[in-house]
Ligand binder design. Structure first.
Ligand code: AHR
Length: 629
């Protein structure tokens, strides 16, 4: 290949080119990045999605019962657990045990917790962190009771283990003296240190995994999880803000209950902490019913939900003279957040909802929001590009096979350019098949990202980079997978309760490399010998400071591909940095310090520094070259 990179020409590049998509799927929120360690801490439920005692167990000679007491902790959290000594003769300690989210990571660090009690007790409560297998106690704390009859009392505590547990198979135990008789407990919570020490915050290691990707935006909170399923519980912001006692939770779309402890404010703080632009999805009046069908609200039924979105935007953007701006200030946030993008719905045509989206749902939301907040870019979630027009944007999703991604390298060169486009979800989910072809939703998926898929995804996003004048940016989905309970594979980052077991996938490494190198505009690349594209796919760009970046991925080359690169804008003698990401084979998985829950990962991806001189291009690898003029 002889390539010449021009000094001028090309097109603008989006400053948001690589970002993140997050929804609570695969226990990525509850039991994942939301750092709460106690599972089912508040027995949240409803008539349609009954509350449960799972996974709590009694300790000592006690009986646990779920109760709706006359004195409720709050309207949102009516149910509590009653702990009763099994008989009048019961002595010693009684209480309850929680296994955490398939374990609890115990380290010598400060854990902060709280629980609510109903019933008179003058003794002390004991909270302990202990091994599930040996019962070894790693930390214990005595909490003098202030609990009284007929009124809920909050008990706060901290607990500091003196040593690390050998593994994460640990439990949380809360006990008191049986002589006190029955007591009720609710909202039993325990947090480890969180990212940026935020109260009610995020798991630091998973936040670090995202931060390392240099994300420019965070699209949240869904995904299918904003829709609500047959139970008719869409994600609504007002149920996710304020004290945890005011958050009822909801049956999420992904087969488990969401506590909504990870709520709107937490999402916006997360954006602040990562320096990422929020792309806020709002519910657009479509429920996802099991087996892929939908139920859609009529125009008249939608009105209160349109109003609810206006309230949400006032909460985020309004000044403190407004009702919802004042509400925000009362929660400790006098300054509005910065928000530029709002997406109306999620995948609104994929499940049969398209006629109503095009007919009235998009317009109802668009008109109301646009009138009040004309500077916001509103994003259409239908896969029908024509719904978006000048001034609005379109979100396109694709889950496919490696060959299909590569074939579509020039897809974005040919799209309508009268509005901007978000690539809000993409992933390679299946291996190649004979004769090519794309997704087959009934065929098996790959269990985790693989190298050939990561390279193909990179070729896809290089195509997006080439069209940065019209593209907002790209985000892989889904972001996280709790290996103990998940609904979707493959995922970008897999984890358990034990941070040492986190697996960063091949796709994660590929995005990390591509996202690390940004530029202000693309510059044209002329091929003086060789084919335009294939088996190499590339893009070149230049920053405002005159730094050139050349990114290339090689796919299915049968032999190494020699390269000659000439940069018109770079003076002779200037130095560059070459970073190569490669793997030993197409099926290679991500880097793991441990093998996880029965899964084994293939050989790892690796970064290499190539010595000056000949750059030898191998089969299926990617590299970036950054030159400083
Ligand atoms: O990323 C998983 C799911 O894929 C999302 O919830 C949905 O938007 C898409 O169908």
């Amino acid at each position: 290949y002889n390539l010449s990179v021009a000094a001028t020409g090309g097109n603008a590049s989006s400053p948001l080119m690589y970002g993140l998509m997050f929804e609570d799927i695969n226990h990525s929120g509850d039991g994942g990045i939301y750092a709460e360690l106690v599972q089912n801490r508040a027995f949240q439920g409803s008539t349609e999605f009954p509350s449960t005692l799972d996974p709590w167990k009694a300790t000592g000679d006690a009986v646990l019962t779920l109760q709706d007491t006359q004195a409720r902790l709050s309207r949102a959290l009516p149910y509590s657990v009653n702990v009763a000594p099994a008989s009048a003769n019961t002595t010693g300690k009684v209480g309850l045990l929680n296994p955490g989210w398939w374990g609890i990571d115990v380290k010598p660090q400060k854990y902060t917790g709280s629980f609510w009690v109903l019933g008179k007790y003058t003794g002390s409560f004991t909270v302990s962190l202990q091994s599930a297998t040996t019962n070894e106690v790693f930390a214990t704390v005595e909490i003098p009771s202030t609990s009284v009859d007929h009124k809920w009392t909050q008990q706060n505590y901290t607990i500091v283990p003196t040593k690390a547990a050998p593994n994460s198979n640990n439990t949380f135990v809360l006990e008191y003296d049986a002589s006190a008789g029955p007591l009720n407990f609710n909202l039993i919570s325990l947090f480890p240190p969180t990212y940026n020490n935020r109260p009610n915050g995020m798991r630091p290691d998973l936040m670090e995994a995202m931060k390392a990707l240099n994300p420019s935006f965070l699209r949240m909170p869904g995904g299918n999880n904003i829709e609500g399923d047959a139970f008719h519980y869409p994600w609504l912001w007002n149920n996710t803000i304020g004290p945890l006692t005011d958050r009822p939770g909801r049956p999420g779309t992904w087969e488990y209950q969401n506590t909504d402890g990870l709520g709107l404010v937490e999402y916006l703080n997360w954006c602040t902490d990562l320096g990422a632009e929020p792309i806020l999805a709002v519910w657009s009046g479509m429920y996802l019913i099991t087996n892929g069908s939908t139920e859609v609200l009529t125009e008249a039924e939608l009105a209160p939900y349109v109003h609810n979105v206006l309230d949400e935007l006032e909460f985020i953007l309004g000044d403190t003279n407004t009702h919802n701006g004042a509400l925000r200030a009362s929660l400790g946030y006098p300054e509005p957040w910065a928000l530029k993008y709002v997406e109306i719905g999620n995948e609104d045509n994929l499940w049969g909802g398209e006629p109503s989206y095009d007919a009235y749902r998009w317009n109802l939301f668009f008109d109301a929001i646009h009138e009040k907040w004309p500077d916001l870019t509103l994003i259409s979630s239908t896969q029908d590009q024509s719904v978006a027009g000048p001034g609005s944007a379109w979100d396109y999703h694709i889950y496919t096979r490696p060959d299909d991604f590569v074939t579509k390298f020039d897809y974005w060169d040919h799209v309508a350019r009268n509005h901007s486009i978000l690539q809000g979800e993409y992933a390679n989910i299946q291996g190649n098949i004979e004769g090519g072809g794309g997704t087959n939703w009934s065929a098996p998926r790959i269990p985790w990202p693989i190298w050939v898929g990561a390279v193909s995804e990179s070729i896809w996003t290089l195509g997006i980079e080439r069209n940065g004048d019209v593209m907002i940016g790209a985000s892989y989905a889904p972001g996280f997978q709790n290996l103990n309970d998940y609904q979707w594979q493959p995922d970008l980052v897999a984890f358990t309760a034990n941070p040492a077991q986190t697996v960063l996938s091949t796709s994660w490494y590929a995005i990390k490399l591509l996202s690390a190198y940004r530029y202000e505009r693309t510059v044209p690349v002329t091929v003086t010998s060789g084919d335009n594209f294939g088996p190499v796919y590339y893009v070149a760009g230049v920053s405002a400071a005159g730094q050139y970046t050349f990114k290339v991925a090689t796919y299915n080359a049968t032999a190494s591909v020699p390269f000659n690169l000439e940069f018109e804008g770079v003076k002779a003698g200037q130095k560059g940095t070459l970073t190569v990401l490669s793997a030993s084979g197409p099926d290679s998985g991500g880097l793991s310090s441990n093998v996880l829950v029965g899964d084994t990962l293939g050989p790892q991806v690796r970064y290499t520094t190539v010595p000056e001189g000949g750059i030898d291009f191998l089969v299926n690898f990617m590299q970036t070259l950054k030159l400083v003029t």
